[in-house]
Design a protein. Structure first.
Length: 130
């Protein structure tokens, strides 16, 4: 009588194959998830990297760019946990760049509106000569 192929006396060949098939997505998911996170981080920094944002949120953009560079290096060094963490942080920092730049543009627009209102009020209150 032929014995079934088994790794462990309690695990038959079909059970082993099924176990491996069920485990494969877990092994494949980590690098794919990291690749996706890196792509999102890259796209986030590209979106944030505009002239207006560079003027209005230079420090925030610099932080996001530096973290992206560090994430790339960690990926090359096969430090996947650090690469994933930095990719996540890069995405958040790029969003902070966008929000800070928009807030700065809004602040400047508000100041310009106040100046225009002040000039209009002065014009209205200026005595007219006839």
């Amino acid at each position: 009588m032929k014995k079934p192929l088994c790794i462990h006396s309690r695990l038959s060949a079909p059970a082993l194959v099924l176990t491996l098939l069920l485990a494969l997505p877990a092994f494949a998911a980590a690098p794919l998830e990291l690749s996706e996170k890196m792509a999102v981080a890259e796209a986030s920094v590209q979106q944030a990297n505009t002239t207006s944002n560079a003027e209005n949120a230079a420090n925030e953009l610099q932080i996001a760019t530096a973290k992206l560079i560090s994430a790339r290096k960690a990926l090359v060094d096969k430090n996947y946990v650090l690469a994933q963490q930095l990719a996540d942080e890069t995405q958040v920092d790029a969003q902070v760049t966008l929000i800070h730049a928009e807030a700065e543009r809004s602040r400047k627009a508000a100041l310009e509106s106040q100046d225009a209102a002040r000039a209009l009020k002065e014009e209205i209150n200026r005595p007219t000569t006839r």
